[in-house]
Write a protein that binds this ligand. Structure first.
Ligand SMILES: Cc1cc2nc3c(=O)[nH]c(=O)nc-3n(C[C@H](O)[C@H](O)[C@H](O)COP(=O)(O)O)c2cc1C
Length: 195
């Protein structure tokens, strides 16, 4: 399996890093594009260096390298994850304004009718953000807000991160066992009374 992974400058760089770690462990071929703002959030929010992140990917492509193979639909992939996806990158994808390689790769993924999963992160959301999400959804992308659930009583930040990453990998068609799956509520039986 071959996936493009875009990391943009929304908060939650750890989501993208964790996705790369899991994909690396599963032997999935990954093509990474980091935006300039992502390099800032990685530095500000995590202990990872740029080199640490790049090491997790099979290949890394410069965000300004518009002649990269990722810029062409003839380079076959199984889809693309943008994790996390900033509102600026969302806007670029929604408008088809492919000003960098991440945006162009997403544009190609849409035009080739391949899977595009956008793990968007912002709060609150303006009408502009919401309309851009509608636009990309109409074009075939999946908008997956970085919004963990609490039904499995997560105890750590890592568990919350894994839940979002697991959901994104499900939608990208990657088989994994990262997060617990809801199997219905555990029914507590009443103790039977003696006699
Ligand atoms: C620490 C930090 C956190 C940010 N968090 C968000 C966020 O959650 N969502 C968002 O849309 N932008 C966020 N931004 C702003 C984006 O980084 C900024 O709009 C940037 O231009 C996005 O560029 P890119 O989409 O090319 O990565 C954040 C910036 C910083 C420095």
């Amino acid at each position: 399996m071959r996936l493009i992974v875009g990391i943009s400058g929304a908060s939650g760089a750890i989501y993208g890093i964790r996705a790369l770690q899991v994909l690396h462990g599963l032997g999935v071929e990954t093509h990474l594009v980091l935006t300039d703002a992502a390099l800032e959030t990685i530095r500000m929010e995590t202990e990872f260096t740029r080199a640490d992140v790049i090491r997790l990917a099979t290949e890394t492509h410069g965000v300004h390298d518009i002649s990269s193979k990722l810029a062409s639909g003839s380079f076959l992939t199984d889809g693309m994850l943008v994790i996390p996806c900033s509102m600026k990158t969302l806007a670029g994808i929604a408008s088809g304004y492919s000003a960098n390689l991440l945006l162009r790769a997403a544009d190609v993924t849409i035009k080739e009718r391949r899977r595009l999963v956008l793990v968007v992160r912002e709060t609150p959301l303006s009408l502009i953000h919401l309309e851009n999400m509608v636009t990309v959804t109409r074009a075939g992308a999946v908008v997956l807000p970085a919004m963990p659930a609490f039904y499995d009583r997560p105890k750590t930040v890592e568990a919350l991160v894994d839940q979002v990453v697991g959901k994104a990998l499900d939608l990208a068609g990657v088989e994994h066992s990262l997060s617990k799956r809801w199997n219905g509520p555990v029914v507590k039986r009443k103790k039977s009374l003696p006699g």
